[in-house]
Design a binder for this molecule. Structure first.
Ligand SMILES: NC(=O)c1ccc[n+]([C@@H]2O[C@H](COP(=O)([O-])OP(=O)(O)OC[C@H]3O[C@@H](n4cnc5c(N)ncnc54)[C@H](OP(=O)(O)O)[C@@H]3O)[C@@H](O)[C@H]2O)c1
Length: 354
């Protein structure tokens, strides 16, 4: 156990799921904590656990409903009044709402979700980031999702809020370059927390294959500490979803995601290993193809002097550059087209099968 840091991490949504696991990781590294959510009793229980099992002694519990107007400002004021400097901000609190947008979901619930998932997250980032930039030190972790990069029918507004979080975070990554302040987006796949129950999606296919929140928190924590711009939690299959989002059409992605969010039935199965492998293979091919494109395009963008240098070097190896570049372009275009077709066929098979 590493101990002795006098730093403080403020974690919203610390009472359960991914947020609670993140709190445990900070405590193990000796951070002081500010734990925030609506559930004061659960937070107090966690505070007692952390104080007795780790070296963390200063744990402050602040009860706040972040779906309410002005909640972020009130939270910031309370932290300031207590003289706490927040070194790390974790914007984890978030909820989902499941159902057809036109006639099943409730606007009050959706509006509260938009406020919690986007407005409070943005406002807290604004308030604490200003202080971090002034001190030229600090870290922020924002909970995005794998659905940040894909349409998600039956969770349409939720997916919209997570797309916002991802886009907002990546924009700030750029704005913060040259400072010692970093911001990271954590993109989990479906995770085994209370999330789907609370969203009214407990009987959907997606709940048949859930990731462990301990693993998700650990991947997010590592990326945050390294100051990475984003991380897709988990292994290759999860990471391939992000690549898939750049390859498959939005129509195919939406159809795949809709299947996942539909109710389970007796015959329902989540995506088969064969389909997952086909998708992974298509993605692999596409990545190779895209790298080829990048190489060919970077050659085209070189200035005349640099091109001449490369031509000279390659001519010495007996190769004609222009021909090589054109051949590479044609080959990679074919590879990407084949990869795209492989992925889309796999998705179409999946849709037909279920
Ligand atoms: N589980 C997944 O599959 C998944 C996947 C991708 C991203 N995420 C994101 O991960 C984050 C954490 O979710 P989770 O899966 O850990 O779900 P969870 O177990 O339900 O935890 C949600 C946390 O947010 C807090 N919260 C909810 N409404 C709040 C409000 N109005 N004000 C303040 N706090 C509130 C909850 O505490 P109280 O109820 O005590 O207020 C709880 O601590 C969310 O942003 C979610 O969108 C989850």
């Amino acid at each position: 156990m590493k101990t002795g840091t006098s730093k403080t991490a403020l974690i919203t949504g610390a009472s359960s799921g991914i947020g609670r696991e993140l709190a445990r990781l900070f405590a193990q590294d000796g951070y002081n904590l500010v734990l925030v959510s609506r559930g004061e009793n659960t937070l107090n229980e966690l505070a007692t656990e952390l104080k007795s099992t780790t070296d963390t002694q200063k744990v402050t519990v602040l009860q706040k409903d972040l779906s309410k107007e002005k909640a972020a400002q009130e939270l910031y004021n309370e932290v300031k009044q207590q003289g706490i400097t927040v070194d790390v901000l974790v914007n984890d609190a978030g909820v989902g709402v499941h159902g057809m947008f036109a006639n099943e979901t409730d606007w009050e619930q959706e509006s509260a979700m938009i406020h919690l998932n986007t407005i409070s997250l943005t406002h807290l980032t604004k308030l604490f980031l200003k202080d971090m930039v002034a001190r030229d030190e600090g870290k922020i972790l924002n909970l995005a999702s794998i659905v940040s990069v894909m349409p998600s029918p039956l969770m349409a507004v939720y997916a919209g809020t997570k797309a916002y979080v991802q886009n907002f975070t990546q924009s700030l990554v750029n704005e913060l370059k040259g400072t010692n302040v970093t911001i990271t987006a954590l993109m989990p796949n479906a995770t085994d927390t209370d999330f789907f129950n609370k969203a009214g999606a407990e009987n959907t296919r997606v709940t048949e294959q859930l990731d462990d929140p301990v693993m998700v928190a650990r991947d997010g924590y590592k990326a945050l500490m390294k100051g990475e711009a984003k991380v897709v939690a988990g292994g290759l299959v999860n990471k391939s979803y992000e690549v898939l989002a750049h390859i498959a059409s939005e129509e195919a992605l939406a159809a795949m995601m809709r299947k996942n969010m539909e109710p389970k039935d007796e015959n329902s199965k989540s995506m088969s290993k064969k389909t997952q492998n086909q998708i992974a293979m298509g993605i692999g091919l596409a990545v190779v193809g895209l790298l080829g494109f990048a190489l060919a395009n970077s050659y085209s963008n070189l200035n005349a002097y640099e091109k001449a240098r490369y031509r000279y070097k390659l001519n010495r190896t007996g190769k004609k550059v222009k021909k090589a570049v054109n051949q590479t372009r044609e080959t990679v275009a074919d590879t990407v087209a084949n990869a795209k077709a492989t992925v889309e066929n796999a998705l179409a098979d999946y849709q037909k099968a279920y």
